[in-house]
Design a protein around this ligand. Structure first.
Ligand code: NA7
Length: 547
C-alpha cells in the first residue's frame, strides 16, 4: 500500500489541475486514470467533427501565464485533436506524468473512520491510502446506449461516439447509421455525410442548434488576446456563465420586434452558444424564450430544402436552451444531400437490429456501420461507478439513491475528506466548465491549506446544510425554464434515474460568492475536527480563526 496526501481520480482537465495545485502546495499526490492516456472526455470523444463549443482562449487553463502565452490555438473553437494536444502538452510541460497511473480504474474507495483516511483500490489490485480523496471524473464520461434485440447478430461495425476507436475509421463506400442528434450526432453528421456512401440519422428529438461561426485564429487576433489575457480572464470569471459575455439587463420583451430581430441576427452569426444570453430572460420567461426559439426555427428551416424534412428537423415542443443546444457546422444543410436520410424514431421506432442493419416499424435499413451518439449517464454516472464507502459502511450509491446530495456541490456528509470537482450541485455544465473547475479546485486547495494550518484531520459536510443546498439548487432551477424539458440536466436521460436538477443554475459568479462567504464564515455548513468523529472528535468553533 502506498501512502499519499491526496489521491485524485481522473486525468482530464480537472484532475491535472488538481494535481498541479496540490503538488504546488507540497502534497504528495497520485492521479488514477482508467484510460490509457490523459484528457478525460477529450481522450475518448474522437469522433469526426468533435469540437468544443466554448472559445479556445477561454477553454484553457489560467493558472500559468507562461502556458497562456506559449500555446497557440489555431481555431476559434478548438477541435478534439487540438484540445488533446494541449492537455498532453500541459502534462509534459509541468512534468505531471510521473504522478499519473494510467490504465488504472479505481474500483473501490473506503473511508477508515479511525485513521481518517481513504483506502483506494484499483481493479488490478493496487492499494493506496490518502487523507484527501478528490473526484475529478467528469460529467459526461460514462456512455449510455440502448440495447436492441438482435444487436449481437449485426455483422457491421458498432461504435459509440464517446469511446471512439483510436484507429482511423473509414466511411468510404459505407452505409452508415447515426443514432442520436445531440451535439455529437450533429457535429459528426456533415463530415460523415461527405465521406459515406449513404448516411441515415435516427432522430428522437429535433434539437436547437446555433452555427459555430468557427474560423482560424489569425496572428493578429492571437497577439491581441495574449496582450490582454488577464482582462479576458477577469471578464470570464465575473460573468455569470464563465464565458465572458456581459449580461444584458434588457428583456427580450421590452424591445421592438425589429430591434430584437437585429440583435438575434448579429448573435446568430457570432455568438454560438452565447446566443442564449442575448437577453437576460431567454431562460427565465417562456414568452421571451419563444421570440428566440421562433427566430432559430426560421433560420434552421431556411436552409432545409425539402418541406417534409424541414417539418421534422425544426425543433419544437421544448424551450430553446432548456436542453443543451448544439453549436454545429452545417448539420441541417447535410440533409439536402442525396445520400443523407432522416429516420424519425418517434414515428417509426427501432424494433431490432438484423445481421445486416436495423429494422424500424416502417422499414429495414441496411448498414455497414452503426454509430451510437446517444450520450451519457450525465453528472452521476462516473461518480457512482466505483464502490465508494463512507462512514459506517454507507455507500454513495445508497446515499444518492433519490438523487445526488452535496454541500455546495463539493462535499457529502458521511464521506469525510472526499471532494468532488464540477459535480452535481455546482455550475458545472451550465458554465464554462474550465472556469468552474479552476474555481472549485482553488477553493478546495485553500480549505486543505487551512486544515493543515489548524491540524484538522477531518472535514465533513453537515447533513442539514447539504439538504438546504439541494433545496436551493432546485429552487434556483425552478426559476428557469430548465425544468420544463426532459434533459440530462434533470436526470431524464436515463430511465429510472431520479428526476432532480443536477447542476447549479445560479451562475459561476453567484456560486463563487457563496463559496467565498462559506469560507469567510469559517466554512459554515462543514464540520472540521482535529480528532476523527469516530474517536470522539467534535467540530471546531472556527468562525474567526479559519477565515
Ligand atoms: P446528448 O446531448 O445527451 O445527446 C444524445 C442524443 O441521443 C439525443 O439526441 C438523444 O435523444 C439521443 N438518444 C438517446 N437515447 C436514444 C434512443 N434510445 N433512441 C434514439 N435516440 C436516443 O449527448 P451528446 O454526446 O450528443 O452530447 C453530449 C454533450 O457534449 C453535449 O451536451 C455538449 O455538452 C457537448 P433525446 O434528445 O434524448 O430524445
Amino acid at each position: 500500500m502506498e501512502n499519499v496526501d491526496a489521491i485524485v481520480i481522473g486525468a482530464g482537465f480537472a484532475g491535472l489541475r488538481a494535481l498541479y495545485r496540490l503538488r504546488e502546495m507540497g502534497k504528495k499526490v497520485v492521479v488514477l486514470e482508467a484510460s490509457a492516456g490523459v484528457g478525460g472526455v477529450w481522450y475518448h470523444n474522437g469522433y469526426p467533427g468533435a469540437r468544443c463549443d466554448v472559445e479556445s482562449y477561454d477553454y484553457s487553463y489560467s493558472f500559468s501565464p507562461e502556458l497562456e502565452q506559449e500555446w497557440r490555438w489555431s481555431e476559434r473553437y478548438a477541435t478534439q485533436p487540438e484540445i488533446l494536444r494541449y492537455i498532453n502538452h500541459v502534462a509534459d510541460r509541468f512534468d505531471m506524468r510521473k504522478d499519473i497511473c494510467l490504465s488504472t480504474f479505481m474500483e473501490e474507495a473506503r473511508y477508515d473512520e479511525i485513521a481518517a483516511r481513504w483506502t483506494i483500490r484499483s481493479r488490478d489490485g493496487r492499494v493506496w491510502s490518502a487523507k484527501y480523496f478528490v473526484m475529478c471524473v467528469g460529467q459526461l464520461s460514462t456512455t449510455k446506449a440502448p440495447q436492441y434485440p438482435g444487436q449481437q447478430d449485426f455483422k457491421g461495425e458498432v461504435i459509440h461516439s464517446g469511446v471512439w476507436p483510436k484507429h482511423p475509421v473509414d466511411f468510404a463506400n459505407k452505409r452508415v447509421a447515426i443514432i442520436g442528434t445531440g451535439s455529437s450526432g450533429m457535429q459528426m453528421t456533415p463530415i460523415i455525410a461527405k465521406e459515406a456512401k449513404h448516411l441515415t440519422v435516427f432522430q428522437r428529438t429535433a434539437n436547437f442548434s446555433i452555427p459555430a461561426s468557427n474560423a482560424p485564429v489569425t496572428d493578429e487576433e492571437d497577439k491581441a488576446v495574449k496582450a490582454t489575457y488577464r482582462a479576458r480572464r477577469e471578464q470570464a470569471w465575473n460573468s455569470p456563465t464563465g464565458l465572458g459575455f456581459k449580461p444584458n439587463k434588457q428583456s427580450a420583451l421590452e424591445v421592438s420586434p425589429e430591434e430584437r430581430e437585429k440583435v438575434y441576427e448579429a448573435a446568430w452569426h457570432r455568438l454560438g452558444y452565447g446566443f442564449a444570453l442575448t437577453y437576460f430572460d431567454i431562460l427565465l420567461s417562456k414568452e421571451a424564450n419563444d421570440t428566440a426559439a421562433e427566430f432559430i426555427r426560421k433560420k434552421i428551416g431556411s436552409v432545409i430544402n425539402d418541406p417534409a424534412l424541414r417539418e421534422k428537423l425544426v425543433p419544437k415542443g421544448h424551450a430553446f436552451a432548456a436542453r443543451r443546444p448544439s453549436v454545429d457546422s452545417g448539420y441541417f444543410q447535410a440533409f439536402n444531400r442525396d445520400n443523407v436520410e432522416l429516420a424519425d424514431v418517434r414515428e417509426s421506432p427501432i424494433e431490432a437490429f438484423t445481421d445486416t442493419g436495423i429494422r424500424t416499424s416502417a422499414k429495414s435499413h441496411e448498414f455497414d456501420m452503426v454509430i451510437f451518439a446517444t450520450g451519457f449517464d450525465a453528472f452521476t454516472g462516473s461518480l457512482l461507478k466505483p464502490n465508494i464507502v463512507g462512514r459506517s459502511g454507507r455507500t454513495l450509491k445508497e446515499k444518492w439513491s433519490a438523487g445526488p446530495i452535496t454541500q455546495l456541490g463539493v462535499s457529502v456528509s458521511e464521506f469525510p475528506n472526499m471532494m468532488i470537482v464540477v459535480g452535481p450541485g455546482s455550475p458545472s455544465l451550465l458554465s464554462n466548465v474550465m472556469v468552474s473547475t479552476e474555481e472549485q479546485i482553488d477553493w478546495l486547495s485553500d480549505l486543505i491549506r487551512k486544515m493543515d494550518e489548524h491540524h484538522v484531520v477531518e472535514f465533513e459536510a453537515q447533513p442539514e446544510a447539504e439538504l438546504a443546498w439541494v433545496a436551493h439548487v432546485n429552487e434556483r432551477a425552478k426559476e428557469t425554464l430548465y425544468m420544463t424539458a426532459d434533459s440530462y440536466y434533470n436526470g431524464a436521460e436515463v430511465a429510472g434515474k431520479p428526476k432532480v436538477f443536477m447542476p447549479y443554475s445560479g451562475g459561476v459568479r453567484g456560486y463563487r460568492r457563496i463559496l467565498n462567504k462559506c469560507a469567510d464564515e469559517g466554512y459554515a455548513g462543514f464540520s472540521l475536527r482535529v480528532q476523527p468523529a469516530a474517536l470522539g472528535g467534535t467540530a471546531l468553533e472556527l468562525a474567526k480563526e479559519f477565515s
